[in-house]
Design a protein around this ligand. Structure first.
Ligand code: KG4
Ligand code: ZN
Length: 347
């Protein structure tokens, strides 16, 4: 049995996770500690990189201690360390990578610099076990919206489509701002939408025309449509039906994401769809995906919300895949790459 320590610091969450890789290749989640600096960014409506970096620096050691306490383990129990080395905010990534290097050198264990994006997909293995090969991952977060064919989480990932402008989570955050809801916008829009009518306003479904790229996404037109709709209403002196706008916006996002994922799985002959990343915590996205996947005879896997948003356990889970596959560890002079491409799983 092998204990893997995972460290995540690519955005505004400091995450430290501990995972046990059993001899049969399955994983046991031992600890998943997260400290978020989200409240420090709220008044700016987005993450402030310098503020995030400083918060990581302050949280890293206490959060690591807490993870070992939760797991009932000592530092000396660790067999390998995985750390997010990209993509993400340069300064934020540096804090996690520096901490991971220090632990790896002090404990004399292998270090794996890993990609945050496949990390989100790996999160699902902590809840639902090993992924079938191939599977189709719909990765929806604050910074990314991608469809990925995952043949092997430890190495073979191919991008099928991605957003040409805003990420899905970014659209949530911007629309929340337009509606006067707090940052990050996903959770309050999800809540407001439950009280609203999803068919109240027909917002545009980006890139769904016959000549559009089949598996790419676009959310900036949707965001602008919501802004125009709200402006027109305000100009006429009418109150904004926030719940209906939230529900109608959310319906447009969930509709496009699920339609493209199901279509891609069908065309590629893939039987399993995994949805991960912060927006996977969205209640309408998962319910519509469940309905459409069931109709198409596709298995759907969505990790619980806590595993969808950024955390260290998902990085430990990806590290476990690399250890199990016998992938060569990174060198101790590993650097960060804020623009690491999704098909580079480890460096
Ligand atoms: O994966 P994540 O935690 O961080 C990134 O790597 O970006 O995703 C954060 C994003 C934010 O844009 C947030 O608004 C969105 O995930 N989000 C949601 C929900 N919870 C978080 N979006 C829609 N519905 C939710 N329930
Ligand atoms: Zn993320």
């Amino acid at each position: 049995m092998t204990i893997i320590l995972g460290i995540e610091s690519s955005c505004d969450e400091t995450g430290v996770g501990l995972v046990r890789l059993r001899t049969d290749g399955t994983l046991e989640l031992l600890a998943d500690e997260v400290a978020s600096s989200v409240e420090q960014h709220a008044r700016f409506g987005g993450v402030v990189p310098e503020v995030a970096s400083r918060a990581h620096l302050e949280a890293m050691v206490p959060i690591t201690k807490r993870a070992f306490e939760t797991a009932g383990l000592e530092l000396s129990d660790v067999d390998a360390i995985a750390v997010t080395c990209g993509p993400g905010l340069a300064g934020a990534l540096l804090v996690g990578v520096s901490a991971a290097k220090a632990y790896a050198a002090a404990l004399n264990v292998p270090l794996y610099g890993v990609n945050h994006l496949p990390g989100h997909v790996a999160a699902d293995t902590l809840q639902h076990g090993p992924l079938p090969s191939p599977c189709l991952a719909l990765l929806v977060s604050g910074g990314h919206t991608q469809l990925l064919q995952v043949d092997d989480l430890a190495g073979k990932i191919t991008e099928i489509g991605s957003t040409i402008d805003d990420a899905a989570g970014e659209a949530y955050d911007k629309v929340a701002r337009i509606l006067g809801l707090p940052y990050p916008g996903g959770p309050p829009i999800d809540q407001a939408a439950k009280r609203g009518n999803p068919n109240a306003i027909r917002f545009p479904r980006g890139l769904t025309g016959p000549r559009d790229a089949k598996f790419d996404f676009s959310f900036s037109g949707l965001k602008t449509a919501v802004a125009r709709w709200v402006e027109n209403h305000e100009r006429d002196g009418r109150a904004i039906p926030v719940d209906d706008v939230a529900a109608s916006f959310q319906e447009a996002v969930a509709d496009v994401l699920t339609a493209k994922a199901v279509r891609a799985a069908g065309e590629l002959g893939i039987g399993t769809v995994v949805i991960s990343g912060g927006v996977a915590a969205n209640s309408r996205l998962s319910s519509l995906a469940a309905q459409r996947c069931a109709e198409a005879g596709i298995e759907l896997r969505v990790p619980r919300p806590r595993l969808c948003t950024d955390n260290g356990a998902m990085i430990a889970a990806l590290g476990a895949q690399l250890v199990a596959a016998g992938v060569r560890p990174s060198s101790l002079d590993l650097s960060t790459d804020p623009a690491l491409p999704v098909n580079t799983v480890s460096v």
